[in-house]
Design a protein around this ligand. Sequence first.
Ligand code: SAH
Length: 212
Amino acid sequence: MSDAERKMQFLFQLRQKGVTDARVLSAMEKVDRGDFVRGHFADRAYDDMPLPISCGQTISQPSVVGLMSQALNVQPRDTVLEVGTGSGYQAAVLSHLARRVYTVDRHRSLTRAAELIFTRGGYSNITVLTADGCFGLPEQGPFDRILVTAAAEDPPGPLLAQLKIGGSMVLPVGQSDHVQSLIKVTRTEQGFDYEELMPVRFVPLVEGLAAD
Ligand code: SAH
């Protein structure tokens, strides 16, 4: 299959799974998922499946990345926080939709690898930090949008506190060994509105920094 055919098929799969937002599709067309997948799995980079990355983590399925980005409804002037850098793929997609993206992971080896890919790829509006994302980034917040790509039992309080009024957060909630729910939390003047979006399965949000 030629590169062009592979790209067409990739976008076709996304549309079939419900990714219809033109800005999200265009962002996903610009980011080569192959840059974020290494080793034996490199030839599966354009298939709609999650794949293993280092540190026992996974790069999410492209259609889930698309549906989450679409649900987050990122605006061009937004500052976005992503918790769970992993491979860096989701952050790269967000970087085409937002003004600035902060992405954090508890594994230093993952943030280092992602940073290298961002530098090489010329992604100049992404800041990568090694941190426990359960606490968010109080110094860089508040944020217009927050995306969490690891499952918590409940939305972490510090992340809710770092959402702007009118801002929203998309995150999987539920126990790690069960099917989880992707939810969208919107901060209003009065409090928070919750909306359930779809069943998903993510690795758990783990407290504290990892050794690697
Ligand atoms: N968004 C990623 C996939 C994320 S996998 C991608 O596009 O490839 C989930 C990631 O969340 C893992 O890398 C894991 O290390 C990270 N994670 C889990 N708990 C965390 C925490 N408390 N703070 C920051 N990152 C965390």
